[in-house]
Design a binder for this molecule. Structure first.
Ligand code: ITT
Length: 206
């Protein structure tokens, strides 16, 4: 395989390899992506914000201070369920407790919405872009859908087995990754990020 020499290097501030896989597919060959899975001795970054944007910014700024020469992106995302007044929201990763597994989070969520007739929900994603401790932009995306009664499918991660996106009958975990990547919250945010880079490049040329 030949390297794309003009590709833009990005550091994704995550240890969630599912996110990295989706970003790699969504960004395509014009970007070279690295994440933090092989980086040791990082200080704990506490996601203390009450909104996705706040937490994405906290992560991007903190990591970009540690790697001042890198263009850093951070994704904060989660599921908002209407019958739960928007929970788990920013607590999606730890809904079933600190370091809870995806399975535990899903079980808790299904338990909480048991019997609810209103099943509407949405995934949200905010991406923050930072360099050397300075925020450059944030972009966001969301996808509406509904919560199933039980988990279905083996693709994806997190709450994918219980989320049916609008316009489909299958969960994100039953749909092929190409379909998720065509309609997801993350896909929409990444498309906006790419538009930001394209505009910045155009302005720099003029
Ligand atoms: P980093 O902070 O290291 O990026 P994280 O998994 O802790 O990893 P978040 O704090 O943004 O990331 O929490 C996101 C959680 O929301 C994630 O763990 C899933 O439970 C859920 N989530 C986000 N996007 C999802 C998607 O596309 N499909 C299913 N679940 C998703």
């Amino acid at each position: 395989m030949t390297a794309n020499l003009s590709a833009m290097n990005l550091l994704l501030a995550t240890r969630n390899q599912h996110k990295t896989r989706e970003f790699t597919q969504l960004l395509g060959p014009n970007f070279t992506l690295r994440d933090l899975t092989r980086t040791r001795d990082l200080p704990e970054i506490r996601e203390t914000g009450r909104a996705f944007e706040e937490n994405a910014v906290i992560k991007a700024i903190a990591i970009s201070k540690i790697f001042p020469h890198e263009m850093v992106i951070a994704d904060d995302s989660g599921l908002e369920v209407d019958a739960l007044n928007g929970a788990p929201g920013v607590f999606s990763a730890r809904y079933g407790g600190e370091n809870a597994s995806d399975q535990r989070n899903v079980e808790k969520l299904l338990h909480e919405v048991q019997g609810a007739t209103k099943r509407s929900a949405r995934f949200r994603c905010v991406i923050a872009l930072a360099k050397n401790g300075k925020l450059m932009t944030t972009v966001a995306g969301e996808v509406g859908g509904r919560i199933t009664k039980s988990p279905r499918g083996g693709n994806g991660f997190g709450y994918d087995p219980i989320f049916i996106p609008e316009g489909f009958e299958e969960t994100f975990a039953e749909l092929p990754s190409e379909t998720k990547n065509a309609v997801s919250h993350r896909a929409k945010a990444v498309a906006e990020l790419v538009r930001y880079f394209n505009t910045a490049r155009r302005l720099a040329r003029n």
